[in-house]
Design a binder for this molecule. Structure first.
Ligand code: SAM
Ligand code: SF4
Ligand code: F3S
Length: 470
């Protein structure tokens, strides 16, 4: 049964402990175990944390029993995300009680939101560290080792961790995330991110390019540039003589090598420009795929959400994307049951989805978050049963669209970047096409990291199945 408060697609990463399958010859005297929740940026932050801890002699492990430090990198986006972490902390209680000296730390957005209060509420927690304070982890761990509880949740206007090379924890060795900015200035009324991540700041463009170059040199073939609102990326060098916009950054990363695929997420409909669309068009290795969250199809609700665009503006954006890049994959996020949402507003969301026919959608029912503009200004007045019924309708409509778009691909041939052996069969590889659709095909003599032309023969609701053509 589908959990409808989670992403309808791959939620499998949530809470999974990541560590490289093989750890280099270097041995570590101490081990840390980290579970990550929330968005890709949070997962990428865990890799920054891993890098900082490596310097301190800590190596990653997937086995909680051998760790002397347990970290949960948390998310606050919906109430359920926080409840999951609370439950995990309870589960760690036993291990903590039977392991002298074991430290437990809460990192990320929940640490930032609840701050020092977490130490009172969750007695077994020794460390609380917000997203901009990871450089202070070694000092905080040292303090916690003396038996003191330690907290650093200071947000920064400058921190981008630009100089830190993340240690790839979830490494298929082919695809990787690269954070290009932190924070968000948008203040969508439902959203906790501006409070947990602070002001928006863009990372030094050359540190991004260097990271992508290094990834390519070590065999990676795809980078996804990450930010809450990538289109507002804007970096100026110290001398003020060079300014790099998102379109320019995309171009510079694409120019590293034609064999390096470039993806990006997330685009805010109000900020994505024609310049970005033309850049996607100009370079074959920039994937034709845009994540363009709509949130609602009703202009009235969009206004209450403070999204700063209307239904018509959004539809024009979709039309423009399809005009310039006809085969562009398009995905979205939708929230049902936001404050005051009527059946008519809900119908507007359904009809907008009918118009956009998304390839992929992440759908949620509204979860009021403390401290947000919506919590302060509006009543969370839609009964949960109604929120969930509307969500079910949105999900059902989306499924029909996605099934139809999958079926339309049968018979076509796509360039697929092989990411690894299929979970279902060792005889198959899986990868993705330009439009981000998962493709499975017989392995033959191909290996991960190869680009393979695959002719699609059939499909399921989430996977295209085909064979290599030569
Ligand atoms: N920055 C991106 C944007 O503007 O679309 C994504 C932000 S958030 C990490 C991912 C998604 O979570 C949002 O697009 C929204 O659909 C959903 N979300 C955020 N706050 C929510 C809330 N209070 N209740 C339900 N869903 C929420
Ligand atoms: Fe949240 Fe809006 Fe910022 Fe996205 S753009 S992170 S939804 S405030
Ligand atoms: Fe969650 Fe924080 Fe990301 S609230 S979605 S982990 S920015």
């Amino acid at each position: 049964m589908l959990d409808q408060d989670t992403k309808v697609h791959d939620e499998s990463r949530q809470g999974e402990a990541f560590a490289p399958e093989t750890i280099s010859a270097q041995t570590y005297s101490k081990k840390f175990y980290i579970e990550s929740y929330g968005c890709a940026m949070n997962f990428n932050d865990s890799e920054i944390v891993a890098s900082i801890l490596n310097q301190e002699g800590y190596g990653p492990t997937r086995n909680v029993e051998e760790a002397s430090l347990i970290l949960l990198n948390t998310c606050s986006i919906r109430e359920k995300a926080e409840l999951t972490v609370r439950k995990r902390l309870t589960e760690f209680k036993k291990i903590k009680q039977s392991t002298p000296g074991l430290l437990v730390g809460v990192l990320g957005c929940m640490a930032e939101r609840i701050k020092g209060k977490l130490l009172e509420e969750e007695k077994l927690v020794d460390l609380v560290v917000g997203p901009d304070a990871y450089r202070s982890l070694p000092a905080l761990i040292a303090e916690a080792e003396t038996g003191q509880k330690s907290v650093n949740v200071l947000l920064s206007r400058e921190e981008t961790y630009g100089d830190i090379s993340p240690v790839r924890l979830d490494n298929n060795g082919v695809t990787s995330f690269v954070s290009i900015m932190r924070g968000c200035n948008n203040m969508c009324s439902f959203c906790v991110v501006p409070f947990t991540r602070g002001r928006e700041r863009s990372r030094d463009a050359y540190s991004i390019i260097k990271e992508a170059e290094e990834l390519f040199a070590s065999g990676y073939r795809e980078v996804t540039l990450l930010g809450q609102n990538v289109d507002s990326y804007y970096w100026t060098n110290d001398a003020g003589t060079e300014t790099i916009t998102f379109a320019l950054l995309l171009e510079k990363v694409a120019l590293i090598n034609p064999l390096l695929r470039v993806r990006f997420s997330t685009s805010h409909p109000k900020d994505i420009t024609d310049e970005v669309l033309y850049t996607i068009l100009k370079y074959d290795n920039i994937c034709n795929y845009i994540h363009l969250p709509v949130q609602s199809g009703s202009t009235r609700i969009l206004q209450l959400m403070n999204r700063t665009y209307t239904r018509e503006w959004y539809m024009k954006k979709v039309a423009r994307i399809r005009e310039l890049i006809p085969d562009c994959g398009l995905s979205t996020d939708v929230i049902t049951g936001f404050c005051t949402e009527t059946e008519e507003d809900h119908q507007d969301t359904l009809s907008l989805m009918e118009y956009a026919r998304y390839d992929l959608a992440y759908m949620y029912f509204y979860s009021e978050r403390p401290g947000t503009l919506a919590e302060r200004r509006y009543k969370d007045d839609i009964p949960e049963a109604v929120k969930k019924r509307r969500l079910a309708e949105v999900v059902e409509l989306y499924r029909g669209h996605s099934q139809a778009t999958m079926e339309k691909e049968v018979g076509k041939t796509f360039k697929v970047l092989a990411e690894g052996v299929s979970k279902r069969s060792d005889a198959d590889l899986y990868g993705r096409n330009d439009q981000n659709k998962v493709v499975v095909f017989p392995k033959e003599n191909f290996k991960k990291g190869d680009y393979v032309m695959v002719k699609i023969e059939s499909c399921t609701s989430g996977t295209l199945i085909g064979k290599a053509v030569y």
